[in-house]
Design a protein around this ligand. Structure first.
Ligand code: ADP
Ligand code: MG
Length: 729
């Protein structure tokens, strides 16, 4: 066996699960130990400073400079007690990870020597030289400075010996360069818009919080095997690999017992997560071999997203301790399930009402229906934008493939809700309703709660499904920053709620009662959004045809999908609601195009390198063995006998030669196409070319390599095979 592959397998086989001990029997004993949360603030801050921070958090307002000084002092005292030496602003640039730059607490004192310092100024704002972060041309290098500012709503935490302060990241001229800034704006917008609707029914509602519970799927690969695969190392996905005879056909991985090595890893990262105040709750095996999932208890969107980013970071780091690599790529292996990150999303009021939970009486059900139908309308109106927020280079390989929703956006509501909506359409009339009609309608709606308890009514093939008390956005990719989709979803719904209110107010102004006005608007929306509702099998071919007939868009090209951000109506939604200004939006889309181009470029290079440097030489070696073998036979046997015996071998020689030539030829052509694309300056054009002219080579080259993998002597095959990568224990 090729040396590296052999060694990797040996190493993998010899691994023992690490022993992991819980710090205490009860998680609550150490939960949030590394977080400067409210209880700690109360302890380390004066009462006045504490109150002021809490108010800032509740009202989403920046804190006063004087208070910042006090908070910084308190935070520093706590951090130093915890053994911390450095601090860092922690933010979400437009890359795939979070960013930190550590500074020690030290400064020169007045009398020489060092003193520990951390002022309110350093806490509240910093100016990292951030010229290397993507900005889509917003910052030229001469105005490279950006600044980071404390996001008070997300508490500071300790990673290693560094105090991390969650911050927004903006350019010197005020444009957002991160995910957090627009997310906070969108969350603020939905709060305001939702409260207005709630106030039709209940004046005590003054705040609506959007919540997120993510389900993070991932693959685990043994460290040694990972290192033996250049494609995994550089792209997190396999660019080649013959299908394993057994993979997920038997459905024997999903929810089965978790291997000990993996359990140790899970325990280890969960402990770390608990210390950081991340309420991870669920862990299980997913459908594909070596695929797993982790899900927390839901939290407010911004905090939940910070926690997701942190968890991903922790998982990667802790994985190394267990000689495991965590793959967050959406499609690391062809032919088996990819990984998603379902975003469970709901709106909950300050009075504790979940706006997606049908209530106990007709009034609360009116509230429920107003929100449910507004979401329906928002998704209907913004399908292209919603898709653009989730379709990335990696996710494009997943969507529409094995057991993943297609690139068609639709909403699943479940039978009972659908019936209720149909009933509204049927019963609400344009004219004034009689009291009897109204009562009947409200009674019908009053029935929703019992019905919904039946949770069997779930559809796992929908990209966007109502699941009883929340929506589950399933099309989101596993490596994504949830903010990308949460910005769009929340602002689309916020905008729709505003329109809903305008409409209802107008009808009320025309002299119709509030309830009736709401019913009429609901009816109109229900009728208008019929085509986005789909209850059937989203994976089926039939749905693709049906969706086309309905006029729903089905875009699997990333560049095409990205271009939708800049369509007038979409730009208008984002700009009008103050989420991005034109320059920011332009810059952001530019960044996405660049990311896409670079990812595909790296994949193309890796594939070319593996094909030419590893696969072809291996195939040639095997070819030579065959040639020597056939030549040898020729010396031993008579002509006729030789022909009989050597026939199959000669066929093999032809086959292998054919694959070698095809690989060589296609890699050459792919490189030529890259050269053409790389000459283009316009990123959008370049991205379209990469999609159209370079990606198609991946499957062609892979086809020949996988055939070779199946043919060439296993002894000399250089890379760990699918069965080895996917079935370690
Ligand atoms: P499933 O795989 O059955 O969909 P999981 O238990 O894996 O469910 O994950 C469900 C996720 O949904 C969890 O993160 C959970 O906290 C979250 N969730 C539950 N209720 C809500 C809600 N009202 N709002 C937002 N998220 C929720
Ligand atoms: Mg789940």
């Amino acid at each position: 066996m090729a040396k590296l592959r052999f060694q990797a397998l040996q190493e993998m086989i010899s691994r023992q699960p690490k022993e992991v001990k819980y710090p205490s029997n009860e998680i609550s004993d150490y939960f949030g130990e590394l977080v400067f949360n409210k209880p700690k603030m109360e302890r380390y801050l004066s009462h006045k400073a504490y109150q002021s921070v809490v108010t800032s958090i509740e009202e989403s307002k920046p804190i006063d400079r004087k208070v910042a000084d006090q908070v910084a002092l308190g935070m520093k005292a706590w951090a130093i007690e915890m053994g911390v030496t450095h601090y860092s602003h922690w933010f979400h640039p437009l890359t795939d990870t979070t960013a930190e730059k550590h500074d020690a607490f030290i400064e020169f004192g007045n009398y020489g020597g060092l003193v520990e310092n951390f002022s309110g100024e350093l806490l509240a704002q910093q100016e990292p030289d951030a010229s290397s972060f993507p900005s889509g041309g917003i910052r030229n290098t001469f105005e490279a400075r950006g600044y980071t500012a404390w996001d008070v709503s997300s508490p500071a935490f300790i990673l290693g010996n560094t105090l991390c302060i969650p911050t927004v990241f903006v350019s010197y001229t005020g444009e957002a360069l991160d995910y957090k800034t627009p997310l906070l704006k969108a969350l603020n917008a939905i709060d305001k818009a939702a409260v207005e609707i709630c106030n039709y029914f209940d004046k005590n509602i003054t705040k609506v919080t959007a919540n997120l519970g993510w389900e993070q799927e991932y693959f685990l690969i043994d460290e040694a095997l990972f290192q033996a695969r250049p494609d995994l190392m550089l792209t997190e996905r396999t660019m080649m690999g013959h299908k394993s005879s057994k993979d997920q056909q038997l459905d024997d991985h999903y929810f089965s017992s978790i291997p000990e090595r993996v359990q140790a890893f899970m325990k280890d990262f969960e402990i770390e997560a608990y210390k950081l105040g991340i309420p991870v709750k669920t862990r299980h095996n997913e459908v594909a071999p070596n695929q797993y999932e982790c899900a927390p208890i839901f939290e407010e969107v911004n905090l939940s997203n910070d926690h997701n980013q942190l968890v991903m970071d922790i998982m990667k780091r802790i994985g190394r301790r267990h000689n495991l690599r965590v793959l967050f790529h959406e499609k690391p292996f062809a032919g088996i399930n990819g990984s998603g990150k379902h975003n469970n999303w709901s709106l909950i009021t300050n009075t504790g009402i979940n706006l997606f939970s049908p209530g106990k009486n007709p009034k609360s059900n009116m509230l429920f229906l107003s929100f449910l139908v507004s979401v329906l309308k928002a998704v209907h109106e913004n399908q292209d934008l919603i898709r653009a927020s989730i379709l990335t280079a990696g996710n494009a390989y997943r969507l529409g493939a094995s057991e993943a929703p297609p690139s068609i956006i639709s909403v699943f509501l479940g039978k009972k809700i659908c019936e209720t909506l149909d009933e509204i359409v049927e019963k609400v009339s344009e004219r004034k309703m009689t009291p009897d009609e109204k009562t009947e309608l409200k009674l019908g709606i009053g029935k929703i709660p019992e019905i919904l308890l039946d949770n069997t009514d779930r559809n796992r093939t929908s990209p966007f499904a109502f699941t009883g008390n929340r929506f589950e956005f399933r099309a989101v990719g596993s490596s994504a920053n949830c903010a990308a989709s949460m910005i769009i979803l929340n602002i689309a719904v916020a905008d729709q709620l505003k329109k809903f209110k305008c409409y209802v107010d107008k009808l009320i102004g025309d002299g119709i009662t509030k309830d009736e006005a709401i019913f009429q608007v609901l009816k109109k929306y229900i009728v208008e959004t019929r085509k986005i509702r789909f209850e059937g099998d989203g994976y089926s071919e039939k749905w693709h045809k049906e969706a086309k007939k309905r006029g729903l868009t089905n875009i699997s090209s990333v560049p095409e999908s990205l271009s939708n951000y800049l369509k007038p109506e979409n730009k208008d939604l984002l700009v009008r609601n103050g989420i991005f200004n034109e320059r920011e939006l332009q810059g952001r889309v530019e960044v996405e195009y660049e990311k896409y181009i670079k990812k595909i470029q790296i994949e193309a290079r890796v594939l070319g390198d593996m094909a030419i440097n590893h696969i072809i030489p291996t195939a040639v070696k095997y070819l030579n063995t065959l040639i020597i073998n056939v030549k040898g036979l020729y010396g031993i046997f008579e002509e006729k006998e030789f022909e009989e015996l050597a026939g199959a071998r000669k066929e093999l020689i032809k086959e292998v030669s054919h694959h070698i030539s095809s690989i060589k030829q296609n890699v050459h052509e792919m490189i030529e196409e890259r050269k053409i694309a790389n000459k283009i300056d316009n990123t959008s054009e370049k991205a379209f070319l990469y999609h159209k002219n370079i990606i198609p080579f991946f499957d062609v080259i892979r086809y020949h390599i996988d055939k070779l993998e199946f043919t060439v002597d296993d002894e000399i095959w250089p890379f760990p095979k699918y069965r080895e990568l996917l079935f370690f224990r």
